[in-house]
Design a protein around this ligand. Structure first.
Ligand code: GDP
Ligand code: ADP
Length: 204
């Protein structure tokens, strides 16, 4: 019997560095997590590639995915839809591999309902002023959108207690190291090795 993989959800306010931390994490050679690519109705930013960064969809196509129950969770976030295709998550977990989602807070809470056994990590900024300057410096949002994202961010930070772990993103490499340590500890805590030994002893 294959042990199911672990579902890992990284969430937190926009601009905290989720995308940056996730990319740095997946650049590490020893990483064994599978990244779930989301669907979105947001227009691609410069340099973003369909099927790599997101599956870019029209609103109608996205609404079809919702109706046909193709999404594990979805949320409307600052005017656009974002969602996690369910088949990839189910198939990958069933094959024994860990799946990594990088999603906003409403979606993360939906995943928690569907997968309470998942590992939920909240990425927190060192301060609200640092969060704002990260969003401003990224230069992808207009003034209105920045204010919108800061308003949403404050609501999201209030929900951090629903998570298993809060990781501060002071430096990208520190945040990555903390996430890796949490995932490793979680594997040990969930007794995967002892389950394997129990099965070996049963065969003896
Ligand atoms: N609920 C949900 N949120 C997502 C998904 N994919 C991305 N997001 C989140 O949507 C928000 C906006 O993403 P994006 O427009 O790429 O901006 P950025 O992450 O701030 O650069 C971020 O908080 C993402 O983590 C998804 O599949 N579901
Ligand atoms: N630890 C960090 N220290 C300083 N700047 C950071 C850090 N992590 C991310 N950033 C910067 O903050 C901005 C927002 O990061 P991004 O990954 O797009 O956030 P999110 O995906 O959470 O919206 C980017 O310009 C990124 O380079």
């Amino acid at each position: 019997m294959i042990e199911r993989g672990l579902l890992i959800v990284l969430s937190g306010p926009s601009g905290v560095g989720k995308g940056t931390v996730r990319k740095a994490l997946f650049e590490q050679e020893d990483i064994k997590l599978q990244y779930s690519i989301s669907a979105t109705t947001r227009r691609p930013r410069e340099g973003e590639v369909d099927g790599v960064d997101y599956f870019f969809k029209e609103r109608e196509e996205f609404e079809h995915m919702i109706e046909n129950k193709k999404l594990l969770e979805w949320a409307e976030y600052v005017g656009n839809y974002y969602g996690t295709p369910i088949d990839y998550v189910e198939e990958t977990l069933a094959s024994g591999k860990d799946v990594f989602l990088e999603i906003e807070v409403q979606g993360a809470l939906q995943v928690k309902e569907a997968f309470p056994e998942g590992l939920f990590i909240f990425l927190a900024p060192p301060s609200l002023s640092e969060l704002k300057s990260r969003i401003v410096n990224r230069g992808t949002e207009t003034e209105d959108l920045i204010n919108n994202r800061m308003r949403v961010a404050k609501e999201e930070i209030e929900l951090m207690d629903a998570y298993d772990y809060v990781v501060e993103n002071d430096k990208v490499e520190n945040a990555c190291a903390r996430i890796q340590a949490i995932v490793t500890a979680e594997h040990c805590r969930r007794d995967r090795v002892s389950a394997r030994y129990k099965r070996m002893l049963e065969v003896e």
